[in-house]
Design a protein around this ligand. Sequence first.
Ligand SMILES: *Cc1c(COP(=O)(O)O)cnc(C)c1O
Length: 469
Amino acid sequence: MRWTDFPKWGRWMADWAAGYHAGLRDRPVRARSTPGAVLAALPAHAPEAPEPMEQVIADFESLVVPGITHWQHPRFFAYFPSNASPAAVLADTLIAAMSPQCMLWQTSPAATEMETRMMEWLRDAIALPESFHGVIQDSASSATLAAVLVMRERALNWAGNQQGLSAHAPVRIYCSGEVHTSVDRAIWVAGIGSDNLRRIPTQGPTRAMDPAALRAAIAEDRAAGLIPAGIIGSTGGTSTGGSDDIAALADIAEAEGLFLHVDAAWAGSAMICEEFRPLWAGVERADSVVFNPHKWLGVQFDCSAHFIRSPEDLTRTLAYRPEFLKTHGADGIINYSEWSVPLGRRFRALKLWFLLRAYGLEALRAMIRNHVTWSQALCEGLRSEADFTIVTEPVLSLFTFRYTPEGADDLDALNQRLVQAINDDGRIYLTQTQVADGIALRFQAGQWDCTEADVILAGEVIREIARGL
Ligand SMILES: *Cc1c(COP(=O)(O)O)cnc(C)c1O
């Protein structure tokens, strides 16, 4: 295939994409592949000679598409959404056509300067103060790793990168049990060690860290000669939406001189709506905040918005300037690769620019408000049924429930069977989580094309399959 053939296949691709989206409701949401089936269908070795594109595409349709779990299906209610709006997909296609490597300002000034402006647009849209500066990381996991590395370096007087950690007393970081596994992995990768991640007990309906317990843990660690470095707060945790009292955490972080990072990977998109902002009240006092436009907002993976109050702390931790990366004679420019762990970076800001201009904030707010309203209506519907129990109350558009018919003995096994049966049925897709009582089913509405009718149908499917078990 040559660039002269590209228009033909590009047109085919555009038609295929539109048709795929139009027909998604007729497909089962979760892939029905059996383990190893796709692998077995792929030849063991690469071809030595070119194959016709017609054949490649025929195999794509027959082999690949049935093995896809359709995250863009309007009845995808599992995990969190991973939305791809058509405008952002178009931008990604343009980015792929140019495929710039945007590590430094001079390697594509438009990518750097648009990233600066898009992060300002987003910062203002979620009402963070102007004291925050934004960078697009590839994932919330990377943003949290960067924040943990800053916590570590700050606490070690910027000596950890050079001396390693063995020269110092252990660095301590504090969070609840509601945080995402990316926090655990950041602690491992940063060399801090999971023994030095202190889990603070939670309290109340939002499963927030107990501030008194946090203060006591910090005091105990200091007394033991350890080095408290930072606090990781959660807004809209992955399991059940667990959310810390960010203002209370900021009080403690300020009093103790600790760095406060807030992970709002999913919930942050909802902060474009003023009425949801009480969920993270106090966030303006955090040192670092991450949210994923690649979840709920409509910019397909990857695009994680990382806001930081002191970019100097970030570059002091992560910037490395060998001669070949120096940009002589370009003063006052930003090299965003110095703000993140990977050197190479894609032109992600273009996706945001297309999204925000093609739809405008008001339409995005309306989408998120609808998801929250419809999901909460479904929650009330299930609550009113004698054989269902709401386990955790809605946080935005996420709640958890259990099927609890009278006389059932092993509710965990029953609910595990329920989620399996629902997903095998294929009309909707849900995932389960572990809560204090056992297994609960999560429900979140958030897919870009999801309608009220899709959520109502989800309620019908849940009742029908549960009662038919
Ligand atoms: C999804 C999620 C993450 C991880 O996001 P990636 O961008 O995939 O790394 C982290 N924290 C929370 C709360 C999440 O929901």
